[in-house]
Design a protein around this ligand. Structure first.
Ligand code: ADP
Ligand code: ADP
Ligand code: MG
Length: 507
């Protein structure tokens, strides 16, 4: 018998995360409504959903952030709840409020929790009151005249941060007093343009830290559990690129302490649904509350792989008013999982986005390999959105097995048409420092600096050639398909592959 959660859910997002939510809906027997912009007319999420609704022109401000049209789409299609994914409207209190006012369910925490945790100074205050250790610093907006005094007391280096910050934006490290006024002005204007809110505060800059975060799930009946940690120290521009669970630096005792702190943090703001408590972890193994993300996290698959719990499905059940069906003691950590974010970007050119058509795409598979993707051969990587192509996650009995599996999967992954971060992810997997588990948030910039000219080993050129030929054939075929919808011509591609493979063998 089908449980009575929702009949239909609208997914206010695009790309891999929209696909991820559609999959959860289908498994729960819930109808799914996708929304799409002009650029996404033929996107995978549009085709996988039961229904799809056009919400506006390509720029996100007119489509995926168009609250009016999204609410209209929900009304027109009879959706009862809205899943916001991550990014876009997921942490927007105004939207969450409007969803509720329309009599719909926002699949996430309460508007109050989003508001409180969206403000880094307010959340620091709340955490300090709840007895959770925060990074030393200020909990109020700073006046420029007070900068030198406060920074001097904290001790350099210090970090200027935007109260409304997110996505690694609006942060400035200051090493000495003579830099602080200029850095403050830069941080302020960056915060103003990125968040429309230029409040800046100060934190002690924790040197050579690790970023370790805890996944939280809470229901609307006061039950809160954590699903252990994720190690997210491999970052470029303060943004995560490779994540793993569990972290290789935590022992049972520390894991227990941090898990309890994460639950205390969630409880302090009356939290329910899925959320993440981020900690910064210093060289002396002290941990400090950094912020709480009030949404599903990009890297949630690694937690799913080591706990066996489907986080999106749990989010939906919680939003429908269900009680958690497990307790803390039921949640067991099993094995090790790693995620590589596969971006359309050029690691040799400072990770600049690389947009265009994916001419050819072959996804890795095999035991314990999962690829959360929003794209396929022929898809466009648009200039309008985040260039994340997919998240490749693997599971292994232990960390070494997981690394070996990730290397294997990365070698299998073929994407032609745009540059990707695949060669960079391979570089990390093969790096002795990563393998040793002894690294911090400076790993990426430090290791890249060591190589004067950054060159990542690419897939061998022969393979690339085969891929390109296949891509051309695929396109010819697609064009024909548009007039006559017959899928038989994929044989042409297959034959060409066989021919090339034979040629290679004969050499
Ligand atoms: P996570 O903590 O889940 O790893 P990221 O910091 O990588 O999240 O951000 C997830 C996505 O949300 C990215 O696409 C990022 O660009 C976007 N994002 C995060 N915070 C904001 C924000 N405040 N405003 C706009 N986009 C954001
Ligand atoms: P965002 O909202 O942009 O995700 P966070 O506060 O979570 O901002 O910080 C993002 C990253 O910046 C962290 O993962 C860490 O690498 C770095 N960072 C943030 N605060 C500090 C700090 N006080 N000391 C050192 N590094 C920090
Ligand atoms: Mg963060």
């Amino acid at each position: 018998m089908k449980p009575n959660y929702f009949e239909k859910i609208l997914i206010a997002n695009r790309g891999e995360i929209a696909v991820r939510v559609i999959r959860a809906c289908r498994e729960l027997g819930i109808g799914s409504v996708a929304i799409f912009s002009e650029a996404d007319r033929e996107a995978l999420h549009v085709r996988l959903a039961d229904e799809a609704y056009f919400v506006g022109p390509s720029p996100s401000s007119q489509s995926y952030l168009n609250e009016e049209n999204i609410l209209l789409a929900a009304k027109k299609t009879g959706a009862e709840a809205i899943h916001p994914g991550y990014g876009f409207l997921s942490e927007n209190t105004n939207f969450a409020q409007r969803v509720a006012e329309e009599g719909l369910v926002f699949i996430g925490p309460s508007t109050e929790s989003i508001r409180l945790m969206g403000d880094k100074t307010a959340s620091r205050k709340c955490m300090a009151q709840a007895g959770v250790t925060i990074v030393p610093g200020t909990n109020e907006e700073l006046e420029p005249s007070a900068l030198e005094k406060i920074a001097g007391e904290l001790g350099y280096p210090v970090l200027l941060k935007a109260a409304a910050g997110g996505g690694g934006k609006g942060m400035r490290i200051v090493f000495a007093e003579n830099e602080i006024q200029t850095a403050y002005q830069t941080a302020k204007s960056e915060a103003k343009s990125a968040f429309g809110d230029d409040r800046i505060f100060l934190e002690k800059y924790v040197e050579n830290p690790r970023h370790i975060e805890f996944q939280i799930l809470g229901d609307q009946h006061g039950n809160i559990v954590h699903l252990y940690e994720r190690e997210c120290s491999i970052q470029r521009r303060h943004q995560k690129v490779i994540e793993e669970a569990p972290s290789s630096v935590l022992d049972e005792n520390l894991r227990k302490k941090m898990g309890e702190a994460a639950i205390a943090a969630a409880r302090a703001c009356g939290y329910y649904n899925a959320g993440t408590v981020e900690f910064i972890f210093d060289k002396s193994r002290n941990f400090y509350f950094l912020e709480m993300n009030t949404r599903l996290q990009v890297e949630h698959p690694v937690t799913e792989m080591v706990t066996g719990i489907d986080l999106v499905s749990e989010q939906i059940k919680i939003a429908a008013g269900e009680k958690l069906s497990f307790s803390q003691a039921d949640i067991q950590l099993r094995g090790h999982a790693i995620e590589s974010r596969i971006y359309a970007e050029d690691p040799e050119n400072n990770f600049m986005p690389s947009t265009g058509k994916i001419n050819y795409l072959r996804e890795p598979a095999g035991p314990s390999v999962r690829n959360d993707s929003g794209f396929e051969s022929g898809s466009d990587i648009s200039i309008y959105y985040d260039p994340l192509i997919s998240k490749l996650s693997v599971w292994g009995k232990n960390r070494i097995e997981a690394i070996q599996r990730m290397k294997r999967a990365l070698y299998e992954y073929r994407i032609a048409g745009v540059s990707t971060s695949i060669p960079f992810c391979r570089f990390v997997m093969e790096h002795p420092k990563f393998v040793s588990g002894n690294f911090d948030t400076h790993f990426v910039p430090d290791e890249l600096k060591k190589t004067a000219v950054v060159k990542f080993q690419k897939t061998d050129s022969e393979e690339a050639q085969v891929a390109m030929i296949a891509a051309v054939l695929y396109h010819n075929e697609k064009r024909k398909e548009q007039t006559a919808l017959k899928p038989t011509q994929s044989d042409a591609v297959a034959n060409q592959w066989k021919l090339l493979a034979r040629k290679r063998q004969n050499r």
